[in-house]
Design a protein around this ligand. Structure first.
Ligand code: ZN
Length: 266
């Protein structure tokens, strides 16, 4: 291993052999996309981590919660998970999202509501933190440079134990930001093979995009593999049966717009 990578503190992960983590986010009741991603995972995955929003928008909330539980995925709480347990929190959602939350609440089993209501907001990795929106708040968006800079600066200050890496979701757009040794913040262009290498001197914000409602303009389900030993993050895109997901949205009489956006990847 190159010397500069040794300072990333991953001993705890390695001791319990958690080396390769599949990181998923924003599955949003899309069982077709979720199953396609799970099938795509290679054999050598030590953990599957979900950055929140198992439910909302699409038509298979129980199936998604049950698959998450069956595969032993580590899940943290998203704003839609929270609203599905307590629909008053959906009052500020847009009309499509709110309608879907009310439908989800009506259709979720009590056991699955209980599962969602018990999720934690953050998950700590030895080299970083996993959150839904931002480390401070599940509803925050990290989209613009000033938002990325604010979070990276807090990480560098060490307020949270000097995090090197923050895994986040919520925007549904795959993205990587870095802060170099001089404190300069910039997005990282994701190469064609999807793989970026992390440098121990830098701080990172990493978003796998969305499994169940991608908004990159590409309808494929999006996730990444975080290799804590090789210090690489490999973004992946997976095709799934969009037509089946759309049919379920229409059969459930959920807003038509939610079906169209799956086709467009928006
Ligand atoms: Zn979401």
């Amino acid at each position: 291993m190159p010397a500069e990578l040794r300072t990333l503190n991953t001993e705890h992960l390695i001791k319990v052999t958690i080396v390769r983590i599949a990181v998923l986010s924003d599955i949003h009741s899309n069982i077709e996309a979720f199953q396609a991603v799970v099938s795509d995972l290679e054999h050598r995955i030590d953990r599957i981590l979900n950055l929140g929003d198992l439910v909302g928008y699409n038509a298979s909330p129980n199936e998604c919660v049950e698959l998450a539980r069956n595969i032993g995925m580590i899940s943290i709480l998203g704003n839609h998970d929270q609203a599905a347990c307590n629909p008053i929190l959906a009052e500020n959602f847009n009309i499509y999202a709110r309608n879907a939350i009310l439908w989800t609440k009506k259709n979720l089993t009590d056991e699955n509501v209980r599962f969602l209501s018990e999720l934690d907001e953050n998950f700590r990795l030895p080299c970083g933190l996993a959150c839904h929106g931002s480390p401070a708040n599940i509803n925050n968006y990290i989209t613009l440079p000033f938002q990325a800079r604010a979070t990276l600066k807090k990480m560098k200050k060490g307020g949270r134990g000097k995090l090197k890496v923050c895994l986040f979701g919520h925007t549904h757009i795959r993205k990587a930001w870095r802060m170099d040794v001089r404190g300069k913040v910039a997005p990282i262009e994701i190469p064609l093979d999807g793989m970026i290498r992390l440098n121990a001197d830098e701080f990172y914000l990493l978003n796998p995009g969305s499994v169940g409602q991608p908004r990159n303009g590409d309808p494929r389900a999006s996730y990444f593999i975080f290799d804590t030993q090789k210090h690489t993050v490999t973004f992946k895109l997976v095709e799934y049966n969009v037509a089946s997901a759309i049919k379920k949205i229409k059969d459930a009489k959920l807003p038509e717009f939610l079906a169209q956006r799956l086709l467009d990847g928006t």
